[in-house]
Design a protein around this ligand. Structure first.
Ligand code: PEP
Length: 253
């Protein structure tokens, strides 16, 4: 019932020529895949060119962030309106690198979620605990705060366009993946939270992606879990063969 989504977060990588090449090759490799959503999130400067490269393919365009205003005196920022204007359909919000390196908090991320939804961009809300928080038994409290804060005043109807990504910070870019069972346990907890915050229908319909060192070698096991609906992929999305293999995960039942 939930359509799987595999999203590649290119982070601060790929110059214009590299981005066009990667996007073109990915579009070719994924030409006939329609039973899952395929998303790439390049840097702002190449969004237009990548949009052109993936035109007429199933690959969808996302941005890695946005500012919660339409336009105005916000030097250096970019708004969902401008992202939508160049062909973005989704936007990653609340990534742990932005929370940690740029001090973003849940209230600010929530403003971005509302602004993105207002212009028709689908937000991918990232949440996840640090290793210290997990070891200190604060994981569920942290996740609860991030999800409640990030989704504050989002309506049941708007939740149709919201995707959640559970990304344990200790697994991002470290080569350490949560085990299939660890990830499933948290995804199931998040789904339960959605039921409490919204209703059963939202809990059943919302896609929850796993992120944190997803590779060709571990994607099938993760995707076999009941509550894992896709992956947010960093490092492995920079290599076309690796990312295409992740996109073509085999669902074990
Ligand atoms: C990410 O940046 O969202 C991510 C999950 O990175 P990696 O796959 O490299 O761990």
């Amino acid at each position: 019932m939930r359509k799987p989504m595999i999203a590649g977060n290119w982070k601060l990588n790929k110059t214009l020529s590299e981005a066009k090449k990667l996007a073109t090759e990915l579009a070719q490799q994924c030409q006939d895949i329609h039973d899952r959503d395929i998303v790439i999130a390049p840097v702002y400067t190449v969004l237009s060119s990548v949009a052109e490269a993936i035109k007429n393919s199933p690959v969808q365009l996302a941005a890695q962030n946005c500012y919660p205003e339409d336009n105005g005196a916000f030097t250096g920022e970019i708004s969902p309106l401008f992202l939508e204007d160049v062909g973005c359909e989704l936007v990653i919000l609340g990534h742990s690198e932005r929370r940690q390196l740029l001090g973003e908090n849940d209230a600010f991320i929530n403003r971005k979620i509302h602004k993105a939804l207002a212009v028709g961009l689908k937000p991918i809300l990232c949440v996840g605990e640090t290793l210290q928080q997990r070891e200190d038994d604060q994981m569920l409290e942290i996740l609860t705060r991030q999800i409640k804060g990030g989704l504050d005043k989002v309506t049941v109807e708007q939740m149709e366009d919201v995707v959640i990504a559970y990304e344990p910070v200790w697994a991002i870019g470290t080569g350490k993946t949560a085990t299939d069972e660890q990830a499933q346990e948290v995804h199931s907890f998040i789904r339960g939270m959605l039921q409490g915050l919204f209703n059963q229908q939202v809990a059943t319909a919302t896609r929850i992606l796993y992120g944190g060192s997803v590779k060709p070698g571990n994607v099938d096991g993760l995707m076999a879990q009941d509550d894992i609906d896709g992956a947010l992929v960093g490092g492995a999305s920079l290599n076309v063969d690796d990312f295409a293999r992740i996109v073509k995960f085999e669902k074990q039942v």
